[in-house]
Design a binder for this molecule. Sequence first.
Ligand SMILES: [Zn+2]
Ligand SMILES: [Zn+2]
Length: 305
Amino acid sequence: MIPLVADPATRQPRSGRSESREHVELRALREQQPELAHAVDMHLELLDVQRRVQARIPLPSFDFNARVVTHHQNTARPVLRFEDIPIELTDLRLVVRQTIDILRRFDALDAAEVQQMQALGRDEVLLSVVADWYRATAERHVTASVAATAPVSVSRPASTTAAASSSTVDQVLTVAIRPFLSRCAETVQQRPELALWEHPYCLLCGGEPELAVITPAAERHLICSQCGLHWKFEPLTCPFCRNSDRSRITSFATPDGQYRVYGCDVCTRYLKAYDGRRARRPVMPVVDGVATLPLDAAAMQRGYT
Ligand SMILES: [Zn+2]
Ligand SMILES: [Zn+2]
C-alpha cells in the first residue's frame, strides 16, 4: 500500500471528480428517500471531516503476523495498542472540534453536552482521556470472557469528562477516532491471518460489529463499528451473547432482498446485514447504516434493541 501523503498547505479543494463513492451513494439515497435527508446530510459532513484528516495520517506500524494473532485469539484481547495508533494531537483536536460542531448542528447533542465536550476538546488531557476510553473499550470483552483468570480494571474516562455522560463521550470519541483507526484497519484488511480470529468483536480495536455483510460465498463477515475492519464470523450465532440456537434467532429480509436483520431472542439485540450476493456495489457502512434506519425501526417494533 502506498501512503497517502498530503501537505495541508498544498492540498487542493475537493472537486466533483474526487468525490468518494460514499458521497455519490449518499446523495442518491437522499433523492430516493427524502425522509432520510437529515441523516444523509449529517453523514456527508462527518465523512468530509474524516476524509480530510485520514488522507494525511501516516501508515501505522505494529506487529501483525500469525503468531501475534494466535496469541491474541487465545487471550481474547484485541491486537492494536493505543500507542500503535498514529494519532497526531492537532488532527485529533480538529476532528473532535468539528465532530462536536456537526453533531450540534444536526441536533444529535444538546447544549450541555456540547459545552462539556468542547471543554474536553480544548483540554490538555485530551490524549490521555482518549487513551483511557480506547483501552476501556478494547478491554471490555476481556473482562466478560476471562475475568476469572485475568482481572482488568475498566474505568470510564475520568477528570474533565466526569460531567459528560459516558454515552456522549462514546458517541463523540467513536466518530473522532475513526479516521485513525480506519487507517490501521486498511493496512491489515487483506491479511490472511484475520481468519485466525474467532471472537465476535473486532480483533484490532475490540469494537462491536455495527453491520455485517453476506459474501457471495454465503459467509457472514462482521464490520467493526469503530475501525471498519471486516472479519468472518459464524452466520447464525449472535455476536452479542453468542447464542447459536437457530430456533432463537429470527432473521428477516427487506422486500428487495438487499438487507437482512438477525434478531436474537436470547439477548434481544439485533444485527443488520448487507446481502452482497445480489448487490450492485460493495458494502459501505456509512451508506448502509443510513439506508437501513427504517429497518432499525422495524427491528425495534419487534422488540429488539
Ligand atoms: Zn475495530
Ligand atoms: Zn444474543
